[in-house]
Design a protein around this ligand. Structure first.
Ligand code: NDP
Length: 342
């Protein structure tokens, strides 16, 4: 996709909270840059159509110069016809008394048909980001229903976890977020995710680079203190930040999730310019993650494709955590397989 041509973007669950924070940023040029016109397709279930239609009216009123058109529909075939970027946000939340299998089955009924509609009608270069939870496994379901689309084009969002990790580190070290690099989120977008700072780098304003663990040791008073801080504070804070937001805000995170979706697609298409980030992508067996799972890795993007950052040494403690998260992904995959969803 050349960034001067217009881009068709489909957002599912567009009438929801994340949709409301996401649509305006896409339309304003934040996702593809200020020179790329965007055609937005908002897909909703009938109960969500009015909300999406209201957002479409507000989008008109913003008079964004990068917004070509907005359509609202409850027809998946229409929503995905010719789409270049599909943002699958709408998902079935876990209701009271709902078992994990029920949740998977409900989401299979959403993401399977959406995968089929993408397969049938999306543009040849379609890229898919799944936000709706359980995001990794929902991406796996959608990919399984789109045999003609390269499976690498189905991804799930761990960028919010990545951004949360950067923000916690910047606050702890009292440095700008932009000075921190090479942080990783491994595994599932769930409580088992593995935020990993062991390859992190801190770049000072004079360009000097130093390992993040050293900077943390200096700030916290030694490497033993760093280990305890990572274990007791940093990792749980990042992994459970969603719950913290709900407790304080009274509803789930939306603007930060939308911002992370913008970052993910922006970097996927426009490239990461020599740095890394985190995204849940199809495993090719790297780092012992079984092929075919959609798991979070350190990634960079070149020529519009994510590539897993290779050759990093992974310590035993981080490896043990990754193994736990991968086991959970395998269990989710086995469950959707046994339900006939993939
Ligand atoms: P949100 O817009 O707040 O969330 C949408 C999805 O994003 C949920 O699955 C949510 O998971 C997930 N999510 C992923 N990361 C985050 C994060 N960091 N913070 C918060 N959420 C995250 O939900 P709403 O209920 O406001 O809106 C959903 C819309 O989707 C509704 O308008 C509804 O009509 C539509 N919908 C469409 C369906 C379909 O396409 N068939 C089916 C069901 C709903 P989690 O639940 O775990 O927080």
């Amino acid at each position: 996709m050349s960034t001067q041509e217009s881009v068709t973007v489909t957002v599912t669950g567009a009438g929801g909270q994340i949709g409301y924070a996401l649509l305006f940023r896409i339309a304003s040029g934040a996702m593809f840059g200020p020179k790329t016109p965007v055609r937005l397709r908002l897909l909703e279930i009938p109960a969500g159509l009015k909300s999406a239609e209201g957002s479409a009216l507000e989008l008109q009123d913003c008079a964004f110069t990068t917004l070509d058109s907005v359509e609202v529909t409850d027809n998946a075939a229409h929503a995905f016809a010719g789409t270049n970027v599909a943002l699958l946000v709408g998902a079935r939340p876990r209701g009271p008394g709902m078992e994990r299998g029920d949740l998977m089955a409900a989401n299979g009924a959403i993401f399977g048909p959406q995968g089929s509609a993408i397969n049938a009608g999306a543009a040849d270069d379609v890229r898919v980001l799944v936000v709706g939870n359980p995001a990794n496994t929902n991406a796996l379901i959608a990919a399984a229903h789109a045999p003609d689309v390269p499976a690498e084009r189905f991804t799930a969002m761990t960028r919010l976890d990545h951004n949360r990790a950067l923000a916690q580190l910047a606050r702890t070290l009292d440095v700008p977020v932009a000075s921190i690099g090479n942080v990783i989120i491994w595994g599932n977008h769930s409580a088992t995710q593995v935020p990993d700072v062991s390859h992190g780098v801190l770049t000072a304003s004079d360009g000097t680079r130093r390992p993040l663990p050293d900077a943390l040791a200096e700030a916290l008073g030694g490497s033993a203190k760093v280990a305890a801080w990572l274990d007791e504070t940093f990792i749980p804070r990042v992994a459970k930040r969603g719950a913290e937001i709900i407790e304080v805000r009274g509803s789930s995170s939306a603007a930060s999730a939308a911002a992370a979706a913008v970052d993910h697609v922006h970097d996927w298409i426009l490239g990461t310019a020599g740095s890394w980030t985190s995204a849940a992508v199809l495993s090719d067996g790297s780092y012992g993650v079984p092929r075919g799972l959609i798991s979070s890795f350190p990634v960079h993007s070149r020529d519009g494709a994510w590539e897993i950052q290779q050759g990093l040494s992974v310590g035993a403690d981080v490896h043990a955590r990754i193994d736990r998260s991968i086991k959970e992904l395998e269990e989710e995959r086995d469950m959707v397989k046994s339900l006939g969803l993939i």
